[in-house]
Every structure is written in C-alpha cells, then in structure tokens.
Write a protein that binds this ligand. Structure first.
Ligand SMILES: [Zn+2]
Ligand SMILES: [Zn+2]
Length: 105
C-alpha cells in the first residue's frame, strides 16, 4: 500500500470514529510532550501488515501533536557522511511507508 492509498484510508469514517475515540481517551493531550490540543493526530505505534488503520487494538494507538508526530516518523539513524556510490544497475526500491512487524501470538 502506498502513501496515497494510506491517506485515503484515513479519510474513512471508520478511522475517524476510532481516531476521535483515541483523542478523547488521551484527554486531547499529546502523549509525548503533554501539549493539549483539539487537533491531535492519532499515531500507530506499530504497523501490522494487512490490517486496516481502524482494526488496530486501542493500545497500538496514541494521540500526538503534529510536532511530536513528525518526530515520531523521522527517526533515522544518523548517516555517516561517506556515501557509497550506488551501482548503476541496482533497481530502484520504492520506499515502503508501512513497516512490517509480525507480532507473535
Ligand atoms: Zn507533542
Ligand atoms: Zn504516526
């Protein structure tokens, strides 16, 4: 599923209901910095392949302000400045938005 498709899913009323429930549960408070806002974004702590955004257990979801939410999605290990030249024949790998992690039963 690409980013565009995922965005569409977040327009689904099923997700909107779930997200508003999570925001209420978290008392409209950002789980990271404690900022109060009526416009918090609901973040999936973990993505599970094949699961619709609204099918997650509530424990996988948390309310974040946009600043913390951005941070949450920008966690990259610091790259060293030495960049290896890529071999030209390497096929382009599309970045996947969704991280697949399997959870044992
Ligand atoms: Zn925050
Ligand atoms: Zn998120």
């Amino acid at each position: 599923m690409n980013r565009k498709e995922y965005r569409k899913l977040l327009e689904d009323p099923k997700w909107k209901i779930k997200a508003s429930y999570i925001r209420k549960r978290d008392n409209h408070t950002c789980c990271r910095c404690g900022k109060k806002s009526k416009r918090l974004q609901v973040h999936h702590k973990q993505y599970i392949d094949g699961l619709m955004p609204w099918e997650y257990d509530n424990s996988y979801l948390e309310s974040l302000c946009s600043t913390c939410h951005k941070k949450e999605h920008n966690i990259k290990p610091k790259k060293s400045k030495v960049v290896k030249p890529k071999p030209k024949k390497e096929p382009k790998v599309k970045k996947r938005l969704i991280q697949v992690k399997l959870i044992p039963d």
